[in-house]
Design a protein around this ligand. Structure first.
Ligand code: URA
Ligand code: SF4
Length: 211
């Protein structure tokens, strides 16, 4: 019960109208789960509310928490380079995350990324649902398993279904999604990094072609 009280979920903080601008204004006040407290600030999204492509990551990292902007750290730089190489204009992309606050454990001076748990994912979901409703993109790219599960549910297998256009019935009607890996997995790939990066760009080329 105490757990539930600590995690009411974001719904009551998500404005019912006003578009992406209203969401962005309201997000700093969210107390939908406990992650807001140790974080520096909320990291909402970047890009145009009229973008044709939405890309969803997992959660902001250390650099994003400090900057207040998604995908500005090492994984984000890799993602932006891959987007460009795939021939997608950055103006066509709305970048966001499944979770809006940085989840971490403190180790001395370092803050180490901690995978958000299921309750935190569920708590934060109303924000992403509202973003997808307002932006209503042609295509939603799911970067990694957390984003894929947040949007498509637990049955999705990113390794098997990456780079495929999946059509799903949503509350908005039929919508298209493409799962792929998270850019941080490429940074972790070490000697396989070159191949992993090429495969990621190939998935993003499917995106470029599909819109
Ligand atoms: N990783 C993510 O999933 N999102 C960010 O914003 C940065 C890194
Ligand atoms: Fe709200 Fe999401 Fe932040 Fe939790 S992580 S406080 S639900 S915005």
């Amino acid at each position: 019960m105490a757990e539930e009280l600590e995690r009411p979920g974001a719904e009551q903080w998500v404005p019912e109208s006003g578009g992406i601008a209203a969401l962005r204004r309201a997000a700093p006040g969210c107390r939908g789960c406990e992650l807001w407290e140790p974080a520096t600030q909320v990291v909402f999204s970047s890009g145009s509310a009229h973008a044709r492509i939405v890309m969803v990551g997992e959660e902001p990292g250390d650099a994003e928490d400090l900057a207040g902007e998604p995908f500005v750290g090492p994984a984000g730089k890799l993602l932006r380079r891959a987007i460009e190489e795939a021939g997608i204009a950055m103006e066509e992309v709305y970048l966001t995350n499944a979770i809006k606050h940085f989840s971490f454990v403190q180790r001395g001076k370092r803050r180490i990324h901690r995978k958000p748990d299921l309750a935190q994912m569920v708590a934060c979901r109303p924000w992403l649902e509202a973003e997808l409703r307002y932006v209503d993109p042609d295509l939603t790219v799911l970067l990694g398993a957390s984003a894929a599960r947040q949007v498509l549910g637990p049955g999705i297998k990113v390794t098997q279904q990456r780079g495929q256009v999946l059509t799903r019935e949503t509350t908005l009607g039929e919508r298209r999604f493409i799962p792929t890996v998270h850019p941080s997995s490429i940074l972790r790939a070490r000697e396989r990094r070159h191949d992993a990066y090429a495969a990621f760009v190939a998935d993003l080329k499917v995106v470029a072609k599909a819109v």
